[in-house]
Write a protein that binds this ligand. Structure first.
Ligand SMILES: NC(=O)c1ccc[n+]([C@@H]2O[C@H](COP(=O)([O-])OP(=O)(O)OC[C@H]3O[C@@H](n4cnc5c(N)ncnc54)[C@H](O)[C@@H]3O)[C@@H](O)[C@H]2O)c1
Length: 395
């Protein structure tokens, strides 16, 4: 694929590092930045033959097959419009929109133009996540009951994130979008998110948006997704997921505690990892951030999907559903009530109800618990299926 990037900031460089670092057949051929100097610098740094401060010129080039949107949130919709007009496949960074309504327009634009809309949700492509998801799908942890994802750090690096109108929100829209999509994958994308209860507050920064929030997303099968997000966390970037199933558990830690600990007095190269707050003392570097944050696997899936004329694992429809959940979270934070998730265009299952599957011990009893005690005794706790009586049985 020949790729154009719109934007030359923080995430544009992460994407370029992923696309340029490996021996890929896919090539970056053009970059747009509103600053021609930054476009030129980006083109020089990554060896691009073309750069411009005009989006239409970049998107419309004959040698561009696919466009990557790495612009601030308020520009995603207009950038998708430009790609749809030019008939170019488009890969958009997260969050897809600032609201569900904005994301829906983007979804309609790509579907009407017959182009692919890939949602660049990198954290659903980390090697650890992909392996966990395969385990969950193969039934290794049984029925998923709860999926939690946490992303917290000391706050974003550019002014526009802190401007409610430009960003569309605070930590929920910025970080919650990752957490919600991670839980959605574990719970099942065809299961409808029904309602959200969310606490949000502005605890530290003088901004109009929230800088800290916790939310519960209830799904049609009774499973709970939980997100914990903050721009107030000190100590780096805390990225953790947990999945609890009826037959097992998964804990993932992507940053800070990856098994790579280092001590430095502060001498030498001082980049440790994204959002690391210190380069001295005990440090937690990340081996290959581009890979461990999922960018390599993400782009491989996106380009394979275009070639194979299929949807990628993360697409604009996913981004739209995530935005609808976020909208409900904001309503809940305000109303302090469970708020329904409004998805006008639900494409998943509609036949799902809350699951209550109890393990049978035999024809007469359900099994509540089986345990070996410290003295070696084995004991069973059973419930009679008809009378409801709970009994103990020693083995
Ligand atoms: N893990 C991830 O997937 C991840 C991480 C960081 C950021 N992002 C997303 O990437 C996008 C960009 O974030 P970033 O961190 O690179 O921010 P950034 O501020 O570093 O870069 C933003 C880019 O948008 C351009 N831009 C901003 N306002 C503009 C305007 N009015 N007109 C034209 N260009 C404008 C800037 O010049 C810059 O090139 C956001 O949507 C953000 O949510 C995703």
């Amino acid at each position: 694929m020949n790729i154009a990037v719109l934007g030359s900031g923080f995430i544009a460089r992460f994407y370029a590092d992923s696309l340029a670092a490996q021996r890929r057949k896919d090539k970056l051929v053009s970059v747009y930045s509103r600053s021609i100097e930054r476009a030129a610098k980006f083109a020089t740094d990554y060896g691009l033959p073309h750069y411009s401060d005009n989006i239409a010129e970049v998107v419309g080039r004959a040698d561009v097959d696919v466009v990557v949107i790495a612009l601030s949130n308020e520009l995603h919709l207009s950038a998708v419009e430009a790609c749809a007009k030019a008939g170019k496949h488009v890969l958009c960074t997260k969050p897809l929109g600032r609201t569900g309504a904005e994301a829906k327009k983007m979804l309609e634009l790509v579907e009407n133009a017959g182009i692919m809309g890939g949602y660049l949700e990198d954290l659903c492509y980390t090697p650890k996540f992909l392996k966990s998801l395969a385990s969950v799908k193969s039934g290794s942890i049984g029925r998923v009951l709860w999926a939690k994802s946490r992303e917290t750090h000391p706050g974003p690096h550019s002014d526009w994130f802190w401007n409610l109108e430009l960003s569309g929100g605070g930590a929920i829209v910025d970080l919650g979008c990752h957490c919600i999509e991670i839980s959605r994958n574990f719970i099942g994308k065809d299961i409808k998110p029904v309602e959200v209860m969310c606490w949000a507050a502005t605890q530290v920064h003088p901004i109009a948006a929230e800088d800290h929030a916790i939310g519960l997303v209830k799904y049609a099968n009774g499973v709970i997704g939980q997100f914990e997000v903050s721009w107030c966390f000190r100590g780096g970037m805390d990225l953790r997921d947990e999945v609890m199933g009826s037959e097992g558990t998964i804990w993932l830690n992507n940053f800070l505690r990856t098994g790579f600990d280092m001590f430095s007095t502060g001498k030498g190269n001082n980049y440790v990892a994204e959002k690391a707050e210190s380069s001295s003392g005990w440090l937690f570097p990340v081996g290959d951030e581009v890979n461990e944050l999922g960018y390599n696997h993400m782009f491989t899936d996106m380009f394979d999907a275009i070639e194979e004329k299929r949807e990628p694992q993360e697409n604009f429809y996913d981004g739209y559903v995530v935005n609808c959940i976020i909208d409900a979270a904001y309503r809940s934070a305000k109303s302090r009530q469970w708020e329904p998730v409004q998805i006008d265009d639900w494409r998943g299952r509609t036949d799902v109800t809350e699951a209550h599957e109890f393990a049978s011990y035999d024809d007469e009893f359900y099994l509540i618990k089986e345990e070996i005690l410290p003295n070696g005794e084995k004991k069973l706790i059973l419930k009679h299926k008809v009378s409801g009586e709970v009994v103990r049985r020693d083995l």
